[in-house]
Design a protein around this ligand. Structure first.
Ligand code: GLP
Length: 242
């Protein structure tokens, strides 16, 4: 595990350099994306969009895959991760990626939807690079703390602490989805490269516990400690308790 601490305004370029280098050697790489505030606060998506516009990289042969989606929230819902990805990334690109996979939150059979994501990853030959954020309770993707965790994509309850966090986006807690589809722990571990990004003082405690505590499903982000090729990029605030 490599930990890099950089000012917030340098993080996007660092991540984009990594993606650009990967695409230079493997234009048909499979890129795992993520949602949440971190890719926006850091400007990671904006930097990738800029480099694509300037021709420094191309996603034309690339597959994007997203690790999670909230159940009951369809692709047309403004809070869906589907719309998030369209709004903040796909609609801004000059050329669309060759493929893009994201779980459909309103799929009639969410378990089959989990299997479809695993099947897409297998058909594409695995995820080459996976961007991750970390939730304040130590979740990654939507892998919430639990006594044990499935290896493959699964349906999970969303932790109350996160539902409360999202209530402002939905208007009320009652409207926040209770469950999500997410990568499993093994799905994360199988990605060839992980890039976990965290910024802000509010992440300092959980970052310290995730990177220095025992590896446990009770703190899913601890899995980055045992991944053979994980880079953790932090701003000074998020790194302040390490
Ligand atoms: C969200 C998503 C994750 C994201 C994490 C951290 O709910 N399910 O994929 O990485 O929580 O979000 P943020 O970057 O807003 O702190």
């Amino acid at each position: 595990m490599k930990i890099i601490v950089r000012p917030l305004d340098q993080i996007a370029a660092l991540v984009a350099d990594d993606v650009q280098a990967l695409l230079a050697s493997k234009p048909d790489a499979v890129l795992g994306m993520t949602t949440g505030t971190t890719p926006l606060t850091t400007g990671i998506f904006q930097e990738l969009i800029c480099r694509e516009a300037q021709g420094q990289l191309s996603f034309a042969s690339t597959a994007f895959i997203n690790p999670d989606e909230q159940i009951g929230i369809g692709p047309d819902h403004e809070q869906s991760y589907y719309q998030y990805m369209k709004r903040h990334m796909l609609d801004e690109l000059r050329t669309q990626p060759k493929e893009w996979h994201i779980p459909i939150g309103t799929a009639a059979d969410p378990i089959a939807e989990c299997e479809a994501i695993e099947a897409a990853i297998a058909r594409l030959g695995g995820v080459d690079w996976q961007l991750l954020g970390i939730g304040i309770n130590g979740h990654i993707c939507f892998i919430e703390p639990a006594p044990s965790l499935p290896a493959k994509c699964f349906v999970t309850p969303i932790a109350e602490v996160n539902r409360e966090l999202y209530a402002k986006d939905y208007g009320s807690l009652a409207d926040v989805p209770t469950h999500a589809i997410t990568y499993g722990w093994g799905t994360v571990l199988a990605a060839r490269e992980l890039c976990l990004v965290a910024c802000g003082q509010h992440k300092a405690d959980i970052v310290a516990r995730a990177l220095t505590g025992n590896v446990t499903p009770e703190l899913p982000a601890t899995i980055v400690q045992i991944h053979p090729n994980a880079t953790i990029i932090l701003d000074p605030e998020a790194a302040s308790k390490l």
